[in-house]
Design a protein around this ligand. Structure first.
Ligand SMILES: C[S@@+](CC[C@H](N)C(=O)[O-])C[C@H]1O[C@@H](n2cnc3c(N)ncnc32)[C@H](O)[C@@H]1O
Length: 294
């Protein structure tokens, strides 16, 4: 096993989904948050053709046909629904359908619960996952600012980085989720943006020329605590625009997608009330930046 190729999750397991009638991993089918269709009831995935993407669930269902010709639900989860900060798997599915072919090497340098690797398995792509805190054996440990991969060795890159300090991903001091994207932002020698600049540089290095990448991110808003500098109820952090500007310095922009967050919690009383009373907005969408390396 080379350092750039972490151990596969299912050594000796069934081939990637795609060939008719084959079996595949038994990924769990726990129910999602209120309002989203349960496993077995989700709509089939179709290529999205506008720049506004939505789907009523975090995960998609996968079916296979058994030897007797019966269609059977074989998996209803990609990554881990218990993992806070997981990427909606269907977003990655959309990207891989459009920008990769079977057998392509797809890198996720901040792989979290492994959503990208599971979608790669579903579509017959070769997933390569790294994270500071690997949560399963097919993810290898690495800092996304210094990846153990040769130049121009990935056919596609997907990354969903921390959005400032909202989630405590690990105790590792190198975790970019410990760096505050506020305090004046990129123009003030901000450590979050300096770290992300290095990540983006590394992604550019390992991606093959004329291939694509996707970066999924949200802006952020933080309530100002007593004694914090600045004015008003809180601080808005335009992380999306800042990262897009950084990406443009190295890549050609292909498109910007708005992914709606079908988060039932957003409509709930206390969140809604606080946002109205304190005159701020709850995050309703994520950006998906699609870029190409020349
Ligand atoms: C938003 S989560 C990724 C979610 C993932 N796409 C999924 O669906 O589970 C961000 C991840 O970045 C990782 N991370 C933070 N700083 C890192 C760094 N310097 N190098 C590699 N991974 C890092 C965190 O450990 C966390 O797992």
């Amino acid at each position: 096993m080379s350092s750039e190729e972490p151990r596969r999750r299912r050594p000796g397991g069934p081939p990637p989904f795609g060939a008719k009638g084959e079996r595949r991993s038994e990924r769990g089918g726990a129910p999602e948050e209120a309002g989203s269709p349960p496993p077995g009831k989700r709509p089939p995935l179709r290529i999205q053709t506008t720049t506004l993407w939505e789907y009523p669930s975090q995960h998609y269902d996968v079916y296979a046909t058994d030897a007797s010709g019966r269609r059977k639900l074989v998996s209803a989860m990609q990554g881990d629904r218990e993992y806070v900060g997981a990427t909606p798997s269907w977003v990655i599915w959309q990207l891989l359908q459009r920008y990769t072919r079977e057998g392509d090497r797809v890198l996720d340098p901040m792989c979290g619960s492994g959503t990208t690797l599971d979608v790669c398995d579903d579509l017959g792509r070769k997933g390569i996952g790294f994270d500071l805190l690997p949560r399963r054996p097919d993810i290898a440990q690495a800092d996304a600012r210094s990846l153990p991969m040769p130049d121009a060795s990935a056919d596609f890159v997907f990354v969903d980085p921390p959005y400032s300090t909202h989630v405590n991903y690990s105790d590792d001091p190198r975790c970019i989720g410990k760096l505050d994207a506020g305090m004046g932002g990129r123009s003030h020698a901000n450590a979050y943006y300096e770290a992300m600049e290095r990540v983006i540089g590394e992604l550019h290095r390992v991606l093959k020329p004329r291939r694509y990448m996707g970066l999924y991110v949200s802006d952020s808003w933080r309530k100002r605590a007593k004694g914090d500098p600045g004015q008003g109820a809180g601080e808005f952090m335009p992380i999306g625009f800042e990262l897009f500007a950084m990406l443009r310095e190295r890549f050609v922009p292909i498109d910007i997608i708005v992914v709606t967050r079908q988060n039932a919690k957003l409509g709930q009383g206390q969140w809604h009330k606080a946002a109205e009373e304190q005159n701020y907005f709850l995050r309703g969408f994520n950006y998906l930046f699609i870029m190409k390396k020349n």
